[in-house]
Design a protein around this ligand. Structure first.
Ligand SMILES: Cc1cc2nc3c(=O)[nH]c(=O)nc-3n(C[C@H](O)[C@H](O)[C@H](O)COP(=O)(O)O)c2cc1C
Ligand code: SF4
Length: 414
């Protein structure tokens, strides 16, 4: 077992060693041998390997990837889709573009293996239009796959057909939600769908679909290459593998760090991130982005994986870690987050449409130094809890996380 905090490279393997578009170099280093294996081994074995590896979705929810593939593979429809979620809209999250721009073939290989496993003949990438550089690299990489006979009507001379498409969304946070993404891909307004049916039953164009995050898919080639037992040696028992932690805020060396799941915030910040910026003293962190939780120093030594953080009322989410120094204002950060949610709420359901406005207004009152702060804080907690219970999608269900955690750890700042 690799100790959490020890660098291991899986999703970013090859970054900085190979030119991003060096297809031959990627193949020489074992690239596309997992795709070849998937073509000969058969779908059930591939799904079994991914299930046994314990790979969980890196888009935020940590759902088991093998299980998701199994559901879609079991659907009788001859038409299915696999979609890479490259929307990367969570504030503080900037990891997927490192993969797409640095090791595009690793990601594309994972996406294609997923399609073969599920029985899809079309693999799609849904990406936000602001990611112009990623779009440029991916378009070239996809073109090279067709030229090399690795995509198209007869991939790797196997007789199997698999087309790879890229489509750009306009850059709405909500369009990163999987059912909203599907609406957007179909050319409709970015509103979420009711669930069930889940995408595995009725997704893109009404057909069984799998939506996976870019980072999730980038783990797949090495899982197939080295086997599930190898993968399970890294990370924690319930969250094997590595995670791309996005470190930003008041930190000396902000950036993307690939480390085993279960690495602590202290290790990430001090062993890799160079400690606090400009001699600032550590105050806390916003973990998991806007739809995440505030934490103080009491969480510095907690292994950061899905379950450990959840058991302490915190979130790993997409892996965003925004560091706060003593000078950073928790009320101002909360206000920014609530302004963001109000702006991104699509307005389809009442609790979120009205609730996001109310939360923003109340946080503004707190920032303005209202004398009724205790009452306002109680009302904000109550309102966000009500939104969590009654909102249609993850956006309206999320404000409760930063609201209740900021009051838990930093009420003195208000
Ligand atoms: C408001 C909202 C925004 C989201 N944005 C993203 C995103 O940008 N990228 C992403 O991969 N998942 C995002 N998700 C999660 C997706 O709905 C979905 O769970 C994920 O793409 C599944 O992939 P995974 O199983 O590989 O994690 C978002 C969810 C919500 C509710
Ligand atoms: S919770 Fe918010 S973002 Fe989601 S459907 Fe309702 S109004 Fe739209």
């Amino acid at each position: 077992m690799k100790a959490p905090g020890t660098p291991v490279v899986i999703s970013l393997r090859g970054l900085g060693q190979l030119a991003p578009l060096d297809l031959q170099g990627y193949r020489n280093s074992g690239g596309f041998s997992s795709l070849a294996q998937a073509l000969t081994t058969g779908a059930p074995e591939i799904i079994q390997m991914v299930t046994a590896s314990g790979l969980r979705g890196r888009g935020g929810a940590g759902f088991p990837t093998g299980m998701k593939w199994k559901f879609a593979a079991a659907e009788p429809s001859p038409e299915k889709y696999v979609i890479a979620n490259a929307d990367e809209g969570e504030p503080g999250t900037f990891k997927d573009r490192y993969i797409m721009e640095g090791v595009p073939f690793r990601f594309l290989e994972g996406l294609m293996i997923a399609a073969l496993a599920v029985g899809a003949e079309e693999a799609w990438i849904y990406i936000r239009k602001e990611y112009t550089r990623s779009i440029g690299v991916l378009k070239q990489a996809i073109g090279m796959l067709y030229e090399a006979g690795l995509a198209g009507d007869d991939i790797g001379q196997s007789g199997r057909k698999l087309d790879v498409y890229l489509t750009a969304g306009a850059g709405s946070y909500l369009c990163g939600d999987e059912t909203t993404l599907l609406e957007s891909m179909e050319g409709k307004r970015g509103n979420p769908r009711y669930k069930p049916p889940f995408p595995a039953q009725k997704g893109f164009r009404g057909k069984p679909s799998v939506v996976n995050n870019v980072e999730t898919l980038s783990h797949v080639p090495d899982i197939i290459l080295n086997g599930p037992d190898w993968y399970r040696q890294v990370g924690t028992e319930k969250s094997p593998g590595t995670k791309l932690y996005c470190l930003s805020g008041t930190v000396a060396k902000p950036g993307v760090y690939e480390l085993p799941m279960g690495t602590t915030l202290r290790q990430l910040l001090y062993d890799y991130g160079g400690g606090m910026a400009d001699g600032a003293a550590f105050k806390g962190a916003l973990m998991g982005g806007a739809a995440g939780t505030f934490a103080d120093a009491s969480l510095l030594d907690i292994p950061m994986d899905y379950d450990e953080l959840k058991s302490r009322g915190a979130t790993l989410g997409s892996g965003a870690m925004i560091i706060m120094g003593m000078e950073d204002s928790a009320p101002a950060m909360l206000h920014n987050i609530l302004k963001f949610f109000r702006h991104e709420s699509c307005g389809k359901c009442v609790p979120c449409r009205i609730g996001c406005h109310r939360l923003e207004e109340m946080s503004e009152e707190l920032l303005g130094g209202s004398p009724d702060k205790t009452m306002i804080m109680q009302r904000m907690a109550k309102e966000s809890q009500m939104m969590a219970r009654t909102s249609l999608c993850g956006l309206g269900q999320s404000p409760v996380l930063p609201v209740t955690s900021v009051f838990r750890y930093f009420s003195a700042d208000f």
